[in-house]
Design a protein around this ligand. Structure first.
Ligand code: BG6
Length: 488
C-alpha cells in the first residue's frame, strides 16, 4: 500500500478513542497499514507527542477487540503518532502543521499522500476544508482524501448547502462519507451471499419473496447526547442513513466482481425507484414512537421525557417504523418494513426475508401449521445466517415444526466496521462509502416524513422501554397479513 499520512481532526474526541485508534491498531497487527505511515492527531488541547501516545495506548486497552500484548509491537505502532495543537479557525496552525508533515514525509522518503479525517462536529467540516486548501495542506502532489461522518446536513436543503461547500475543496471522488453500517462485515458480504449461492440468487425477487423486514433495535437510550438527539430523532439518526443503506444493499442485484461504480449506480437506481410518500398516506405508512419508562434486562429505566437535557414536551421520535416499496422489475409489490428504536428489548440489527407460499391457496395444500420459510441475516451484535424451514417432527405424531439451519461467526474474528472502512479509504476503494447521489436521494425520500413529524401530522405513540416498540408498528404489518419475525 502507498505511503501516507493520516491527519486526524478531533484526535482527543470520543470517536477517535472508541473506534479510530482501535481500528488502526488492529489493522497494524494484521499487517494492513502502509509500511510508511504517520498519524498527525489534532486538537485544541496542549499535549506533547508522548502524552498523546499514552492517550492512544489507553484507548487500545479499553476498546480494542484484541488487547495489546507485545510491548515492542505496541511501541512500534505508537511511534507513528504525533500531536499538533490546532484551532480550526486559525490558518497559521495549518501552516505549522504543513511544515511538520512535510518534514516527516521527507524523513521517510514518503509520497505526500494525505487523508484528512474529520472526526469533529459537522459545523466544522466547511471551515476545515476551506483552510486545508488555503494553507496548501490539501494541494500535495500525491493524493488527498477527505473522510467525514454523518450527519451530512439536517434535511435536504442543508445537506445540499454543505455538499456544495465541501465541493469547493474536494472533488466527489476524494470524499469518503462514512456510514458505519456499510462497514459492518455482514453488510459487506450480502452481495457474495446472494451471488455465490444459486439457491438464494434464484429466489431474490418478488416472485418468491413475500416481504422484507429490516430491524435495528438498540437497548441504549439517549445517553449524553440530548442536545443532538432531540433535534435529530430516530429518523435522522438512523433511518435516513443506516436503514436506507441496508435496504439498498439488500435490494441490489449485481453480477459478480462488480466495480465500485456499478455498486453505487445500482444503489442509486434502487433509491430512485423508492415510491415517494404521499402526504395523505404518511400516517398509515409511518409509525412514530417515543420511549416511556420501563425495564431493560431487569433494570428500571426512565422515559425519554425525563432524560437529562430533554426539553419539556419534546415530541422527538426515538422509534420509527415504515413501509416502503421499490417500484422496479425485481421488487414491485414486495413491502419492505423498516424499524429502528432506542430502549428496545434487545440490541439487534437483522434482515428477515419472508418467502411466499405459492401453493397456499390451492386445494389440498392449505396447512395452518406451516410457518413461512425465512432467511434471517444477523448483522450485529452477532453475525449469523439462519434458514427456517418446515419439517415433520422427529416423533410419529406427524406434526409440522419449524427447523432452523444456522451459521454463527466467531465474534473474535470479526473485524470492526471502522477497520474495514479506514482500510478501504486508505486503498482508495469507495464501494462502501455513501456517494453524494445516494445521500441526496435519501434526504429527498425522507423529507416528507421530516415535514410531517414537524407539523405533528403523524401520531406520536409512547412505548414501554424494553418492549418491541408501539403496537402501531405491529399493526403496520398486520394490515398486510404479516408480522415482525423473531420478536419473542
Ligand atoms: C449511530 C447513531 O450512527 O449509530 C447512534 O448516531 C446509534 O445513535 C449507533 O446508537 C448504532 O450503531 P451500532 O453499530 O451500535 O448499531
Amino acid at each position: 500500500m502507498e505511503a501516507m499520512s493520516l491527519v486526524l481532526f478531533g484526535a482527543t474526541g470520543d470517536l477517535a478513542k472508541r473506534k479510530i485508534y482501535p481500528a488502526l491498531y488492529n489493522l497494524f497487527i494484521d499487517g494492513k497499514l502502509p509500511r510508511s505511515f504517520s498519524v498527525f492527531g489534532l486538537g485544541r488541547r496542549e499535549l506533547t507527542d508522548e502524552t498523546f501516545r499514552s492517550h492512544v495506548e489507553q484507548s487500545l486497552r479499553a476498546f480494542s477487540r484484541r488487547e495489546p500484548q507485545d510491548e515492542a509491537v505496541t511501541q512500534q505502532f505508537l511511534n507513528a503518532f504525533r500531536y499538533n495543537v490546532l484551532h480550526i479557525g486559525r490558518l497559521e496552525d495549518y501552516g505549522k502543521l504543513l511544515s511538520r508533515i512535510e518534514r516527516r514525509e521527507e524523513a521517510l522518503g514518503a509520497a505526500p499522500n494525505r487523508m484528512f479525517y474529520l472526526s469533529v462536529s459537522p459545523e466544522f467540516f466547511e471551515p476545515i476544508a476551506a483552510n486545508l486548501m488555503e494553507s496548501g495542506l490539501g494541494s500535495a502532489k500525491g493524493w488527498k482524501r477527505l473522510v467525514i461522518e454523518k450527519p451530512f446536513g439536517h434535511d435536504l436543503q442543508s445537506a445540499r448547502v454543505l455538499n456544495e461547500k465541501l465541493g469547493k475543496a474536494f472533488a466527489e471522488h476524494e470524499i469518503y462519507r462514512i456510514d458505519h453500517y456499510l462497514g459492518k462485515p455482514m453488510v459487506q458480504r450480502l452481495e457474495t451471499l446472494q451471488q455465490s449461492n444459486p439457491v438464494l440468487h434464484a429466489l431474490w425477487t418478488n416472485r418468491h419473496i413475500a416481504n422484507v423486514q429490516i430491524t435495528a433495535n438498540e437497548t441504549v437510550g439517549v445517553e449524553e447526547r440530548a442536545a443532538y438527539y432531540d433535534q435529530a430523532g430516530a429518523v435522522r439518526d438512523m433511518f435516513q442513513n443506516h436503514m436506507l443503506q441496508l435496504l439498498t444493499m439488500l435490494a441490489i442485484h449485481l453480477p459478480s466482481n462488480s466495480s465500485s461504480e456499478e455498486v453505487r449506480l445500482k444503489k442509486k437506481k434502487v433509491m430512485e425507484a423508492l415510491v415517494p410518500l404521499q402526504q395523505e398516506d404518511l400516517a398509515s405508512l409511518v409509525v412514530r414512537g417515543q420511549y416511556a419508562s420501563g425495564e431493560i434486562q431487569g433494570k428500571p429505566v426512565i422515559g425519554y421525557a425525563a432524560e437529562p437535557g430533554i426539553p419539556e414536551g419534546s415530541m422527538n421520535d426515538t422509534f420509527i417504523a415504515a413501509k416502503l416499496q421499490i417500484d422496479d422489475y425485481f421488487w414491485r409489490g414486495v413491502p419492505f418494513y423498516i424499524r429502528t428504536g432506542k430502549r428496545m428489548k434487545e440490541k439487534s440489527t437483522r434482515l428477515v426475508i419472508e418467502f411466499k407460499e405459492p401453493l397456499a391457496n390451492q386445494a389440498g395444500h392449505k396447512d395452518e401449521r406451516k410457518r413461512p420459510n425465512l432467511l434471517v441475516i444477523e448483522i450485529s451484535p452477532n453475525e449469523g445466517i439462519t434458514l427456517q424451514l418446515n419439517m415433520k417432527d422427529t416423533g410419529r405424531t406427524g406434526e409440522l415444526q419449524p427447523i432452523r439451519i444456522d451459521f454463527h461467526a466467531n465474534q473474535q474474528d470479526v473485524p470492526e466496521a471502522y477497520e474495514n472502512l479506514i482500510r478501504d479509504a486508505m486503498l482508495g476503494d469507495p464501494t462502501f462509502f455513501a456517494h453524494w447521489d445516494e445521500v441526496e436521494l435519501a434526504w429527498k425520500w425522507t423529507q416528507p416524513i421530516l415535514d410531517a413529524f414537524q407539523a405533528n401530522q403523524v401520531p406520536l405513540h409512547a412505548y414501554e422501554a424494553g418492549s418491541y416498540g408501539p403496537a402501531a408498528s405491529d399493526e403496520l404489518l398486520a394490515k398486510d397479513g404479516f408480522r415482525w419475525h423473531f420478536d419473542t
